[in-house]
Design a protein. Structure first.
Length: 392
């Protein structure tokens, strides 16, 4: 146990967290069991350690552990939690909980055996905490940690402390909101940089961003998809090839028959793999209103613009990049469908948006909204695209 406390103290002491994520204030920390999901690379470990440092400091009633530790190859989570509880432990932080083969049943044991022990764990976005683990129904509160929003990136790079805004406020008051922001910083000067490498926090590390992201994408497929979905290793190359083919194709509707032919698999398997890639937050599936999986999506897009630039830079079409940004930032709290004829997307079932590279060729329809790039300040139903990066 002492070695785990030494590791905990070292990690807290050497934690370098430049941004305090808003999720820290959104979570109800009074809950006994909290699950924090998120795609690989968005900073879940850092988030846990930030919580430990902020709320407990060196207080030994809180302990961070990682299921990658070989110690847990021969010990259960509940057994370890019992030892921690007996020496006064109150909060156990478990990173990468899915690495333990019986993690869900072990968490249930902890919940039943130690009613005054709080457990906070991280897991992959691929996990379906309640749907696939009925023993956790009713006892776990689930939250999602996303990559950096443009607002968070801007605050970090420009040293500002700008607040987020809901979609309703942006639509109704975008001119006033943008004017206040422009008094402090010109967001357009940072927007291209964010699209290229601002979503994943490891742009802060002194390493090549693209190489780091390629490694992360491979880990998403090799661990998050294969391990959690229990897919045989021999199918990994098919999943990787499918992902690459869709990335090169752009943001169009997938040709499932052609993809099945090129990956030497069936149409049904291709659709399952596409769903797994979406669960891993590598792609977003955009459907026509009224459609849903297992139907073929109307469009398949990369999950965020950083992926476009990393997978195949020559294919980084500007319109695709801008639309990918728009969908990704709306995805957190809104439902995005394929737009009506002449529009890019239908948001929350009733509002059409068109994403435009500029305002010059815009044929304005007063019944719709326009998200326009290269624009500092909008007017009427024309909103600067960068402002949608302030939704969280």
């Amino acid at each position: 146990m002492e070695s785990f406390f030494r590791t905990h103290d070292y990690l807290i002491e050497h934690l370098q967290a430049s941004v305090r994520r808003d999720l820290m204030d959104e979570i109800d920390w009074s809950q006994r069991m909290i699950g924090i999901k998120g795609t690989r690379g968005v900073g879940k470990t850092t988030f846990l350690l930030q919580y430990a440092r902020e709320k407990f400091g060196r207080d030994r009633s809180c302990l961070y552990i990682n299921m990658n530790n070989f110690y847990f190859q021969g010990r259960g989570i509940a057994e370890f939690a019992g030892e921690f509880h007996r020496i006064g432990g109150k909060v156990l932080l478990i990173d990468q909980v899915f690495k333990h083969p019986d993690w869900s049943s072990e968490l249930r044991k902890c919940y039943d055996l130690y009613p005054d022990l709080k457990i906070i764990f991280t897991g992959s976005s691929v996990m379906r905490l309640k749907e696939e683990n009925p023993e956790l129904n009713g006892i776990v509160s689930s939250y999602n940690l996303r990559g950096f929003s443009f607002r968070e990136f801007l605050n970090l790079k420009a040293g500002t402390s700008l607040a987020s805004h809901c979609l309703c406020d942006i639509m109704n008051h975008h001119e006033a909101i943008a004017q206040e922001i422009l008094k402090e910083v010109r967001p357009q000067e940072y927007f291209r940089e964010y699209l290229h490498h601002g979503f994943y926090p490891f742009f802060l590390e002194n390493r090549n961003f693209s190489e780091n992201l390629v490694k992360t994408m491979n880990m998403m497929m090799e661990v998050d998809i294969l391990l959690i979905k229990q897919i045989e290793l021999k199918y990994l190359t098919k999943i990787k090839k499918l992902f690459y083919l869709m990335a090169v194709e752009g943001t169009s509707a997938p040709n499932v028959s052609q993809l099945a032919l090129e990956t030497d698999t069936s149409r049904a398997t291709v659709m399952n793999y596409i769903k797994y890639l979406a669960d891993a937050r590598l792609i977003n599936m955009v459907y026509a209103k009224g459609d849903e999986f297992p139907k073929k999506p109307a469009r398949v897009m990369m999950h965020n613009p950083n992926l476009i630039y990393t997978i195949y830079p020559p294919r980084a079409d500007r319109q695709d990049v801008l639309e990918t940004f728009f969908v990704n930032t709306l995805w957190k709290d809104h439902v995005v469908h394929k737009g009506d004829k002449g529009f890019s997307f239908l948001v929350d079932g009733d509002t059409n948006f068109k994403v435009c590279t500029d305002e010059v060729r815009l044929r304005n329809n007063p019944a719709a909204w326009y998200a326009v790039d290269d624009l500092d300040l909008g007017h009427d139903n024309v909103i600067p695209l960068w402002l949608f990066g302030f939704l969280y």
